[in-house]
Design a protein around this ligand. Structure first.
Ligand code: ATP
Length: 254
């Protein structure tokens, strides 16, 4: 993929050019270009092993590129520390959530705000408890005692506490019941409506399409289709049945 479809006017938060990621002899990502702008929601969908996690892990500074460039908020990623990624306004909710099960809910939330020096951290945490009373009720309990859905909410809330301009989510619906996925996606809509850009990796394409302004279909390390969800649905090569996406005008959320 090269230029983004209908590029929005906002600042470019992430600019990936010609990205290659290798694990030993295996090229997991093979020359991907991607830009994410302020305030937009971009979905990356694709089957297992397509390279989605590798791509977003590189954007989040966890996996080093073998070739290509990444800029975050206009700054080259090369040589940046992980803490710089958060400072540039990018937060990651990884696959599997990475909740610290032995720490309390409150301690997990505080970890999300470690780079902040302002005086509004506690009020932001109170706002999280207002939005998710169950997290407030369990604030002093080990996070490991929460259900999978509650842990996902906690992971997302923790990431928002760094006040990111871009939130990256790797498979936020994975392993969750449909009713819980509804809640997760309602939360993501709320976050987007507050002006935070989203980059969402999903195998559940219908969910991602219902949220995204743009989407990229990834297969074997490259983007095979890009466009608005409607444009992608109309592509002959898009296997809607495979991705569980309804072909009607509606988003087809299961
Ligand atoms: P999934 O949905 O299964 O996580 P994905 O699209 O996110 O898939 P990646 O996890 O990025 O894909 O994996 C892409 C390829 O890289 C796969 O072939 C995978 O086996 C391989 N791979 C990923 N991580 C590593 C690693 N740490 N070491 C070696 N190979 C890896």
């Amino acid at each position: 993929m090269s230029a983004p479809v209908n590029p929005p006017a906002g600042a470019c938060l992430v600019d990936v050019q010609g990205l290659v990621i290798r694990y030993g002899g295996v090229a997991a990502v093979q020359g991907v270009d991607l830009r994410v702008h302020e305030g937009e929601a971009v979905a990356i969908i694709g089957p297992n092993g397509a390279g989605k996690t590798s791509l977003v892990s590189a954007i989040a500074g966890i996996v080093p590129p073998a070739a290509g460039t990444i800029e975050r908020a206009g700054m080259p990623a090369r040589g940046q520390a992980l803490s710089d990624v958060v400072r540039h306004g990018i937060a990651l909710v990884p696959e599997g959530r990475n909740i610290f099960g032995g720490l309390t809910v409150l301690e997990n939330l505080r970890l999300g705000a470690t780079i902040r020096r302002d005086g509004e951290i506690l009020s932001d945490i109170d706002a999280v408890f207002g939005d998710f009373p169950i997290l407030g009720e369990r604030r002093d309990q080990p996070a490991g005692q929460l259900s999978g859905g509650e842990q996902q909410m906690l992971a997302i809330a923790r990431a928002t506490l760094s006040r990111p301009r871009l939130l990256i989510l790797d498979e936020p619906s994975l392993g969750l019941a449909p009713a819980i996925v509804d809640k997760v996606y309602a939360l993501l809509r709320q976050i987007r409506d507050r002006g935070v850009a989203l980059l969402v990796v999903e195998q559940n394409a219908a969910r991602a399409f219902a949220l995204a302004d743009r989407a990229c279909v990834m297969s074997r390390g490259t983007f095979t289709l890009t466009g608005t969800p409607d444009e992608i649905r109309r592509q002959e090569s898009f296997d809607a049945a495979y991705f569980g996406v309804a072909m009607s005008a509606g988003p087809g959320v299961p």
